[in-house]
Design a protein around this ligand. Sequence first.
Ligand SMILES: Nc1ncnc2c1ncn2[C@@H]1O[C@H](COP(=O)(O)OP(=O)(O)O)[C@@H](O)[C@H]1O
Ligand SMILES: [Mg+2]
Length: 356
Amino acid sequence: MADDLPPSGGFAACETLAQTVPVLLLSGDSRPDILRRAMRAGARDVLPWTLPPADFAAALRSLPIAAAPPPPRPARIMAIAGAKGGAGRTTLAVNLAAALAQRTGEPTALLDLHTQFADAALLLGLTPRRTLADWVSLAPDALDTRFLEDYAEPHESGLLLLAGAAAPLAPDVLLPETVDRVLTQLEQGCRFIVLDLPTVIDRPMLAALARADDILLVADLFDLPTLAASRRWLDALLGAHLAPDAVRVVFNRVAPRSCLSVADGEQVLGLPAGALIPNDGKIVPASVNAGVPFVLSHPGCAPARSIAALAHSLSETEVPHAMPRRRLPLFGRRPPPPPPPLSMGGEPESRRRDKS
Ligand SMILES: Nc1ncnc2c1ncn2[C@@H]1O[C@H](COP(=O)(O)OP(=O)(O)O)[C@@H](O)[C@H]1O
Ligand SMILES: [Mg+2]
């Protein structure tokens, strides 16, 4: 910059700029007094106006380059899914979101996509002022950058709850386009987005799954029908709708003396266990009933420790699958293809026969 800039001269401007960037002062005056003032103002050097361009370029190159701030990390969407009610999806969703918000301090949203009998708010002890019932029938365009501000309920852990509908709404009221739009808005303001998904496989749920970076399929090891349903869920969605490496199986309520072992579960599902959440028949139901996630009230209990480890692995590792997020054909103008048949694989059938 030049030493004679109006209004207060180059020295004043140099003093301000030098606090954040390296400054070279150009001057037609080479008296020692000018040099002293320039140094006092924080200039790295004083160069004559008449400096040849090549020397000027060399002087510029010699300046230390301030490291550019790292770009903000993109939002990571984690879908908590399950083939049967009671598997532990909401329990995992609220505790995972609370653990992510509390441990990372990063903006974290929990989106409950139940249009009927949503209960994530209950498990968080919240009475939300606004729910999915308030935004579900708005035009997707109306869900703008104020979406979080307008509809989220803050929780003491730091997470922001987008509550599902407490009373049942009309079928088909939630459109896949709306789910897509909501996720886009949440991605603007959040680093982590946890989805509590219903068990039904419909277009809005496929829209949510298509946007998810991680899909956690929750299955418990209490009985074979629950495992068999999880296997059917995988058969219906893997390949056709989901990349296999995006799905992580979470076995919930794992106990040493369960009827079915983790190895049984892995064999039926044909996937390795991605996480194990131990059964705790005292702390977990008490936390659910009190509306306080156990990762906050009992951080040392076994289920809390395994969910904290899962939160750590999800927040510290890169998204596991190389596939970019896909827009599924269901967003095209043509009607969606019928879902693949929900057929049982041969493996579980034969296991069922073995057991009987
Ligand atoms: N790890 C666990 N140990 C003991 N009980 C559990 C565990 N996970 C879930 N539960 C119990 O199962 C019930 C159903 O879980 P929930 O998360 O509501 O299932 P979903 O959302 O899949 O229908 C909870 O109210 C809780 O009491
Ligand atoms: Mg639930």
